[in-house]
Ligand binder design. Structure first.
Ligand code: NZQ
Ligand code: ZN
Length: 386
């Protein structure tokens, strides 16, 4: 096991009716900006719950942060923060709203002229404006981590940012909110969180015995609750396990002391930036080809996964590894997610080369847990995904 440090300061407030506790978590004299997405919270009662809970606290609102939070829209919110002397942010939404608020938390205290530099130059955020979240969609884990992904439509870029200053102060996780989530987004949440675990697990044996068991436990839980939550998102018990699994999948715990991959995400972000494919679906498209292409270096963990998570007992290590890949593909498809790139874009677009070139331009030429996946490999992996 590798050396590590682990600190996660986010206060998680989990359970039914907990949105009413927001005011206890925000300083009484704070000037709050509440931010949300395209309006789902106004249809499912979450808006009323949050605004009622903010009684006695001075707050402004900013709605309209789109899925894959858009830089231009965030700049409008940044102007409101400055104009109204806001000093506390409250994100009410899924990963997109929370990530948008993380960008704003950083940009509000950033001293440079061009906030895009935070993303394009990879500037870490050591200190941000404090913010809390009310999670409305389990998927990304953004509610308990310090990373964010921001999109710029003008240049078709989707870039990551982060730093220790970007952990939410608190996050309210009420599984009742899942009841209104459309099935497509439930499927996305299951596939995204599943892949988060895989990115931190599907590498090589590294002595992380407990980390492996944590990861396998999250994967098994997601597989177990998927049919129930897909059938009825109002099933509170299923939604509760789904929500907590998504948070634990990417709050930093399972990756401590072990190697991580993240190549699927890096390639996937390019597919979203180029074609607008939902984040989770880009991952489902690439998983099979990434693991098949890298079978030699990943087969031991793939076989362990096949055995422990899917109960595959027959065959050689390589056969089990391949069975694990097949089971993963079938799991995504069982959620109604198509796993071939050709289901989303036309091959004649030269997608594989475009993705490889974009990563190369950004200097991302050594992906994967061994740092050996070059743009040439990326091109082959994406081409295999058709
Ligand atoms: O915008 P509204 O109207 O609220 O609708 C949203 C949106 O259209 C809707 N929704 C959310 N909660 C709902 C609801 N509809 C009904 N009832 C509710 N309770 O769902 C749609 C999708 O929301 P979005 O926030 O975009 O989804 P998700 O949580 O999957 O976030 C995706 C974004 O997070 C990034 C992705 O790249 C993508 O930009 N990620 C962030 C990560 C992180 N910060 O750690 C890690 C991930 O790997 C990922 O990259
Ligand atoms: Zn993801």
């Amino acid at each position: 096991m590798n050396n590590f440090q682990f600190r996660n300061p986010t206060n998680i407030i989990f359970g039914k009716g907990q949105i009413s506790k927001i005011a206890d978590e925000i300083p009484k004299d704070a000037k709050v900006l509440m931010l949300y997405g395209g309006g789902s919270i106004k249809k499912n009662g979450i808006y009323e719950q949050v605004t009622a809970a903010l009684k006695g606290i001075s707050f402004e609102e900013f709605g309209g942060i789109p899925a894959n939070p858009e830089y231009e829209v965030l700049l409008e919110a940044l102007a409101v923060i400055k104009e109204k002397n806001i000093d506390f942010l409250l994100a009410v939404g899924g990963g997109s709203v929370i990530d948008g608020v993380k960008f704003l938390s950083s940009a509000a205290l950033y001293e440079g002229d061009e906030p895009w530099d935070i993303l394009s130059k990879g500037i870490r955020t050591e200190k941000g404006m404090p913010f809390g979240t009310v999670l409305t969609l389990p998927a990304t884990g953004s509610e308990m981590n310090s990373g964010a992904v921001v999109t710029r439509a003008e240049t078709k870029e989707k870039l990551v940012m982060g730093g220790p200053g970007l952990f939410p102060v608190f996050s309210i996780l009420d599984p009742s909110v899942v009841a209104s989530v459309p099935q497509r987004q439930i499927a996305n949440g299951l596939a995204d969180s599943f892949t988060h675990v895989l990115e931190q697990y599907m590498t090589y044996p590294a002595g992380g015995l407990l980390q492996d068991r944590f990861s396998e436990g999250i994967l098994q839980t997601l597989i177990e609750v998927a049919p129930a939550v897909m059938k009825d998102p109002a099933d509170y018990e299923a939604a509760a396990s789904f929500m907590w699994s998504c948070t634990l999948a990417l709050n930093g715990l399972i990756q401590k002391g072990v190697p991580t991959d993240w190549a699927i995400h890096m390639m996937g972000h390019e597919l979203t930036a180029l074609y607008g494919i939902d984040h989770a679906r880009t991952l489902a498209i690439l998983t099979d080809s990434h693991y098949t292409y890298n079978l030699e270096t990943k087969k031991e963990k793939l076989a362990q996964y096949a055995e422990r998570v899917w109960g595959v007992t027959e065959g050689t290590t390589e056969e089990k590894a391949k069975a694990g890949i097949q089971k993963t593909k079938e799991f995504f498809e069982s959620l109604g997610i198509k796993t071939n790139l050709s289901d989303y874009t036309d091959e004649s677009e030269g997608t594989a080369q475009k993705v490889a070139n974009r990563l190369k331009e950004r200097g991302m030429t050594k992906l994967g847990e061994h740092g050996t996946i070059t743009p040439t490999d990326v091109e082959k992996i994406v081409a295999m995904a058709y």
